[in-house]
Design a protein around this ligand. Structure first.
Ligand code: NAI
Length: 470
């Protein structure tokens, strides 16, 4: 039985970006809130072993690569020397300060951090089955599942997080591999492949489909492939890995054409498996609690994040939709606001998708392929960074901005950017879509000069056939 101190308005299971935001928002709205987390630290995959440490490594490795390359062209001559231990220390400090930040926010908002693994025990109860608080039983009017996701496995490739790694092990390598083979040309594969490639590894990406970043706009995906090849990354498209054998010196991979055919072997020091993620709901007791999932294990929810069990909600990676930290954060806040009787709204057509490589790739709204498939008549306005003065000054002329607007109404339907700081620029279009703006609205907005964002405005002008600088 739970005692009064364990009786809550809201219990959130999982303290990743979805869960901790839900907990903070619930506390802000005056609800007595607890957040159950089995990891030693708060912040979930994103802060501990995902977004944050990978961005520390992406930034540091980019600096290293620039020091060994572009800086000389700018008249800054240096001979960089890699200190991987220090780079890893920077990564760990970054993680530590972020997770401590969440701890502070929990204290500030009087959220109880329950340490252990939560299990749905029926009738509004959450049992703590493992960890420091094992044996406690919490009760809550509302239970929010925010348990996230973990790496999807592939048959005959056994992860040991040393030679055959997921993104977790790829962030912890003790030395730069000579040959890193990445299975999966998606976000994780290309980001982590970039990190180790910049630090000196030969990187080969084996991708099942005929393109990388399969959900992104086709033109972006094609140009990005060219850019990465130019940076020295090797690609084996339309190929599948059928097995991995560990040897003394590394790993021997069997690779076959995706459509079937003759197999070949590839020798690697380290193999990164990055073929997607799946909802993580182990040990939650979903079935017994009457929480339905689809056949991929994704928890079914309605428009208010309510599952099939009374008083139980699900948000973030374990619920439907893209597996992105910012989508989870928004859903966390929204779910709690809806519980409080508010009527908030998230525009699922305006969720940015960013790959933090160099150049970055950023996308929002519809791709050309999606618009064609839906039979929507649209106009594409495109502007290359090679015609942008600031980009020239920064040696960042690779890539372009493409804006897709409805042919009749001129309403912005999507935008796709490859280029330095594309991830920042895409938010200009996020706002445009959110406010139902037309390409003309973007084109009529005065943009500071000289900025990379001027390329966004020029792409908007190009929708109407009147770009100035090209
Ligand atoms: P992903 O879904 O982005 O890419 C997986 C790739 O693997 C796809 O191109 C797919 O065609 C390929 N693939 C699948 N099975 C294969 C096989 N057997 N052999 C070869 N290729 C195969 O998944 P990823 O990169 O693992 O990322 C997982 C999730 O994490 C994604 O939902 C992503 O959005 C999220 N994430 C987001 C980041 C960001 O926003 N910057 C960074 C890292 C992860």
């Amino acid at each position: 039985m739970s005692d009064a101190k364990d009786a809550y308005d809201v219990v959130v299971i999982g303290a990743g970006p979805g869960g901790y935001v839900a907990a903070i928002r619930a506390a802000q709205l005056g609800m007595k809130t607890a957040c159950v987390e089995s990891r030693e630290t708060l912040g979930g995959t994103c802060l501990n072993i995902g977004c944050i440490p990978s961005k520390a490594m992406l930034h540091a490795s980019h600096m290293y690569a620039e020091a060994g390359g572009e800086l000389a062209h700018l008249g800054v001559k240096v001979s960089p020397k890699l200190d991987l231990k220090q780079m890893m220390a920077h990564k760990s400090e970054t993680v530590e300060s972020n997770v401590k930040g969440i701890e502070f926010l929990f204290k500030k908002n009087k959220i109880d951090w329950i340490r252990g693994k939560g299990q749905l025990a029926g009738g509004g109860a959450v049992a703590i089955t493992e960890g420091k608080d094992k044996g406690r039983s919490l009760t809550a009017k509302h239970i929010i599942i925010a348990t996230g996701s973990d790496s999807a496995p592939i048959p005959n490739v056994e992860i040991d997080e040393k030679q055959i790694v997921t993104s977790t092990g790829a962030l912890e390598l003790a030395k730069v591999p000579k040959h890193l083979v990445v299975i999966g040309g998606g976000v994780i594969g290309l980001e982590m492949g970039s990190v180790w490639g910049r630090l000196g590894a030969k990187v080969t990406v084996v991708e099942f489909l005929d393109r990388i970043l399969p959900t992104m706009d086709g033109e972006v995906s094609k140009q990005f492939l060219r850019i990465l090849k130019k940076q020295g990354m090797d690609f084996k498209l339309k190929s599948k890995v059928t097995g991995a054998k560990k040897t003394k010196s590394g790993v021997t991979l069997s690779v076959e054409p995706a459509a079937g055919g003759e197999a070949e072997t590839i020798e690697a020091d380290v193999v990164l498996v990055a073929v997607g993620r799946r909802p993580f709901t182990d040990g939650l007791g979903l079935e017994a609690a009457g929480v339905e999932t689809d056949k991929r294990g994704v928890i079914r929810v309605d428009a208010q994040y309510r599952t099939s069990a009374e008083g139980v909600y699900a948000i973030g990676d374990c619920a439907p939709g893209p597996m992105l930290a910012h989508k989870a954060e928004d859903e966390g806040a929204l779910c709690v606001e809806m519980i409080a009787g508010q009527k908030p709204h998230l525009n699922y057509d305006a969720i940015p998708n960013i790959v933090y490589t160099e150049p970055e790739v950023a996308s929002i709204g519809k791709t050309e392929e999606e618009l064609k498939e839906a039979g929507v008549e649209y106009v594409a306005g495109k502007f290359p960074f090679s015609a942008n003065g600031r980009a020239r000054a920064m040696l960042a002329t690779e890539g372009f901005v493409k804006i897709l607007a409805d042919k009749k109404t001129d309403r912005v339907l999507g935008a796709h950017i490859i280029g330095r700081e594309a991830g920042g620029m895409i938010h200009e279009i996020a706002l445009a879509i959110e406010f139902g703006a037309s390409a003309e609205d973007v084109a009529r907005t005065c943009h500071g000069h000289p900025t990379l964002n001027e390329a966004v405005r020029e792409a908007a002008l190009a929708v109407d056939g009147r770009p100035i600088h090209i």
